[in-house]
Design a protein around this ligand. Structure first.
Ligand code: GLN
Length: 201
């Protein structure tokens, strides 16, 4: 059974701990570099990415996080966590740092004010059966991806024919704009646990 940490600086940490335990992982909060060193993989939760970024710097976690990602540690980021995994962000705060690792450009708060919160059914590549319920809360979307990034889910754009990318994977890194940890459907967390197991951790 893999030990999977949840970055516990700010955001919906508890919900991820519950979802990971339901997906048969050993889940524990990570606040300090020593705790990061003890986990096989990590979830970065939803919340406020500017706050999470600032606290990660303050707690001395930013460089250790980048080092673990570079060494291949599996990471799953939801919403603010997706922003933290982006190599490039749009509409971020000027001094906002990310861990990076996924070759993508993510736009913060992209779904806009009228749509600050919405739910929609989304087919998710790699998950058989029913679509997942996407819960979007001031969510980002992925505006551009590099060649090595696999698009796992999209939603139709409100204002035209385009689709908006809302879930991606690059190697051991997984990111969703939405929050499966809030739905009671643990299939995306199970998908991540299988990724962690396949990575041999
Ligand atoms: N809008 C938030 C941010 O930029 C993300 C919202 C969320 O994680 N639910 O960090």
């Amino acid at each position: 059974i893999p030990t999977i940490g949840v970055l516990a600086l700010q955001g919906d940490v508890r919900e991820h701990l519950v979802a990971l335990a339901a997906a048969d992982a050993l889940a524990r909060p990570v606040r300090r570099p020593e705790e990061l060193a003890e986990v096989d993989a990590l979830v970065m939760p939803g919340g406020e990415s500017t706050t999470i970024s600032k606290l990660a710097v303050l707690f001395g976690l930013m460089d250790p996080l980048r080092a673990r990602v570079a060494a291949g540690m599996p990471v799953y980021g939801t919403c603010a966590g997706m922003i933290m995994l982006a190599d490039k962000i749009l509409d971020g705060r000027d001094d906002q740092e990310t861990v990076g690792g996924i070759d993508m450009t993510v736009r913060r708060n992209a779904f806009g004010r009228q749509n600050e919160s919405f739910e929609t059914a989304i087919p998710f590549a790699g998950l058989p059966g029913d679509p997942v319920t996407g819960v979007f809360i001031r969510a980002p979307w992925v505006e551009a991806v590099g060649a090595d990034v696999e698009v796992l889910a999209e939603v139709p754009a409100a204002d035209g024919p385009d689709a908006r990318i809302v879930a991606v994977r690059q190697g051991n890194l997984l990111a969703t704009s939405f929050h499966p940890e809030l739905t009671g459907d643990h299939r995306v967390h199970e998908y991540f646990v299988r990724m962690v197991e396949a990575a041999g951790r």
